[in-house]
Design a protein around this ligand. Structure first.
Ligand code: FAD
Length: 410
């Protein structure tokens, strides 16, 4: 049996970045990446935006081209799933019947798209979106469709609804919340996004649950709980993910109460030779003093890099504040910090001019910022300010005053 110094299970951003992290410290130890997907490790943000729109190809989705792995002595097994970890022997069983042995193991198994268990949810023409193949299938269906229903008004739902609209499909988006992106954006911005969708010809139905999906050989309509029947040729569900943590559960690693893998500040699990990164990992954040788990690209990337470095002996705590971005039509958002829970915001700039930042406070303490179209030089201070525990009364006036540089607050 081959023994690998490092084994990485997963084919997403965290896995790809972990290869880089390991190689920053250890240029020669053998690395094996095992992914059950058919492709080399890749990122997902383009799958709902530029790749779905057909504006970029697969090369912009893959994190590294094939030559990177050969040049760095990294073996990638595609289309193979890890099925069992045996911690005592440090072995991983694979679904191709073989077993591989590790010195250090990284779990970067991410999540899979959730499909609402509605009647008709399995009809042809009803999609979820997580993989390259999903994005391909949605684009192909959009080429033939005139009407689509998007279920879900968070980031994936909103991005897909925007891209389908740009592809010329008439979109109806229904969602449980009062306005799109409600978990993260203030009402004023949510209303702005709603108007943007409507101006582009999409219809938004807030506070609404789909009841069932009907059709013959393919989807024909979505029935909503208010009795309305929305005719369509396709539907996309953007209703969240389920974490791929069964391997960790079966191996008796510590999980959190929401089925994520609990890691320490080094991103190490309850087993000293097993690490976890990306969507599946809940880490103790030093700034907000609680465990965070974040389903965003930058966290997967930064976790992967740090876990890789630490697997190779670096021993550096993970201290980066969460960051993410989203694009809806021509609006680009950037968010720093922990926006799970907030009670008031301070506004800098102007939404009408699409140059605005919202500063989020929880019980008078600054916890995050969302920025859209702000000057480039504000990015660094934004990232730094959100982890300083700044108090509302001390900074609210200065934040609102665009004549005052954010650097002065640092
Ligand atoms: C369509 C879409 C758009 C997004 N857009 C944005 C965005 O604009 N901004 C942003 O910040 N974030 C965005 N995200 C979120 C971001 O892509 C995720 O947070 C990120 O992909 C997480 O990376 P990961 O490596 O942890 O997991 P994943 O990307 O889920 O990768 C996990 C990998 O592990 C594989 N795997 C699972 N189990 C096994 C097993 N047993 N054996 C072998 N392989 C296994 C999976 O098949 C997959 O390849 C988007 C996500 C999607 C789906």
């Amino acid at each position: 049996m081959t023994v690998h110094k490092y084994i990485i299970v997963g084919g997403g951003q965290a896995a790809a970045s972990a290869c880089e992290g390991i190689r920053e410290i250890d240029q020669s130890g053998s690395i094996l990446v095992i992914t059950d997907e058919a492709h080399l490790p890749h990122q997902r943000p383009p799958l709902s935006k530029s790749y779905l729109a057909g504006k970029v190809g697969l090369d912009k989705v893959l994190v590294h081209e094939e030559s990177y792995y050969a040049d760095n002595n990294i073996e990638v097994m595609t289309g193979v799933a890890a099925t069992r970890i045996s911690r005592r022997g440090r072995k991983v069983a694979l679904d191709n019947g073989s077993t591989v042995e590790y010195e250090e193991l990284l779990l970067a198994t991410g999540g899979r798209a959730w499909r609402l268990p509605l009647s008709g949810a399995d009809l042809p023409g009803v999609f979820t979106l997580r993989k390259i193949e999903d994005s391909d299938a949605i684009r192909e269906a959009a080429g033939e469709a005139s009407q689509a229903v998007v279920i879900g008004g968070s980031f994936i739902g909103s991005e897909v609804a925007a891209t389908l609209t740009q592809l010329g499909v008439k979109v109806t988006m229904c969602f449980l919340e009062e306005y799109p992106l409600q978990a993260i954006v203030p009402r004023e911005l949510g209303d702005y996004v709603t108007r943007l969708f409507e101006d582009k010809g999409a219809r938004l139905i807030p506070n609404m649950r789909p009841e069932r999906i009907v059709g013959g050989e393919r989807i024909e309509a979505v029935h909503l709980e208010n009795g309305e029947v929305v005719s369509c040729d396709m539907a996309v569900m953007g209703v969240g993910i389920r974490l791929n943590t069964q391997l960790a559960r079966d191996a008796d690693l510590d999980l959190t109460d929401f089925s994520a893998i609990a890691v320490d500040e080094m991103l190490r699990t309850s087993d000293p030779h097993i690490w976890a990164a990306g969507d599946i990992a809940a880490w103790p954040d030093p700034h907000y003093e609680r465990r965070l788990r974040v389903e965003h690209w930058d966290v997967a990337r930064s976790h992967g890099l740090q876990a890789g470095r630490n697997m190779a002996g670096a021993s550096e705590p993970y201290t980066k504040a969460p960051y993410f971005f989203s694009d809806i039509f021509d609006l680009s958002f950037e968010v720093w910090g922990d926006l799970v829970d907030w009670d008031r915001t301070v506004i800098r700039g102007s939404l009408e001019e699409e140059s605005v930042s919202y500063w989020y406070f929880r019980k008078d303490t600054l916890v995050g910022v969302l920025a859209m179209g702000r000057p480039e030089e504000e990015s660094d201070p934004m990232e730094q300010l959100v982890v300083r525990g700044l108090v509302y009364d001390d900074v609210a006036d200065a934040l609102q005053d665009e004549d005052q540089s954010l650097d002065d607050l640092l």
